[in-house]
Design a protein. Structure first.
Length: 257
């Protein structure tokens, strides 16, 4: 979440468009150590936190001074449609041949850049899962609807997830995005759009280093296999169908306001 804000601030600074209001917001996040607190909650060690703190201080110092020769602004990205849009249910096979499923959330798609985020479910079965199987499964995440987990966090995070597999892709990787995804995943249906529901991320897939879709598939399956083994005991209390209905109800309320 904060990495996206920092990236946006840096982009605006590069083109000489970072205004005082947004700079102040970034400054407060860094000085109040909000980013570091979130990293600590997610298990970051002292060495990482110390290095992160030092890097953020240098970053703030850098963007607090207007860039002497800002880059020329380029045309804004153009929104595009993607079958991997929010709500997409993506099935795949683990290393042992068992089937699993991800849910696409909190994404945004443009002609030259991509923001993606996925939630891993606890689906693991010998046959290809159906939408009914996914709806009755749970998400590998400790945060959503957990009063205990969110007791030390802002109440708004009660309806968010922290184990999001997410990332930002520039033009080169955006061109590969759907082709590489197609080598691993099959979309079997769609849930509703859960909106901005990721309050933290735990890494993403490597759309850059892998030289082919086959190499990408191997790396993704390996990563998902590892995550499944690590996160199995941190499942949501609600099943996915109940979570989906929560977001549908929430979106309906917002539409009536």
């Amino acid at each position: 979440m904060y990495d996206v804000l920092f990236a946006l601030a840096h982009c605006l600074w590069e083109v000489g468009q970072l205004d005082d209001e947004f700079l102040l917001e970034i400054k407060e996040i860094i000085l109040n150590k909000e980013d570091l607190e979130l990293a600590q909650e997610l298990g970051a060690d002292s060495e990482f936190l110390e290095q992160r703190s030092e890097n953020l201080e240098k970053f703030l110092e850098k963007i607090s001074v207007k860039k002497e020769n800002p880059k020329k602004r380029i045309a804004p990205p153009v929104p595009v449609e993607s079958k991997y849009r929010n709500g997409a249910v993506m099935v795949f096979q683990y290393e042992d041949g068992m089937y699993g499923a991800l849910i696409a959330v909190d994404g945004a798609f443009f002609d030259k850049e991509t923001y993606y985020a996925y939630l891993q479910t606890d689906v693991k079965m010998t046959r290809k899962p159906t939408m009914e199987d996914v709806r009755s499964a749970r998400i590998l995440d400790p945060s959503f609807h957990s009063a205990e987990y969110n007791s030390f966090r802002d109440s708004k995070y009660y309806y968010s997830f922290v184990n999001c597999i997410s990332g930002y892709l520039k033009s080169t990787a955006t061109k590969k995005f759907e082709k590489y995804n197609d080598s691993v995943f099959e979309i079997i249906g769609y849930l509703s759009d859960w909106g901005s529901c990721c309050s933290a991320a735990s890494g993403g897939f490597d759309y850059y280093k892998q030289k082919s879709s086959d190499e990408f598939k191997i790396s993704v399956v390996k990563e998902l296999n590892k995550r499944f083994d690590e996160k199995l005991n941190t499942r949501t209390k609600l099943i996915i169908d109940e979570i989906d209905k929560e977001f549908i109800l929430s979106n309906t309320r917002k539409g009536l306001e």
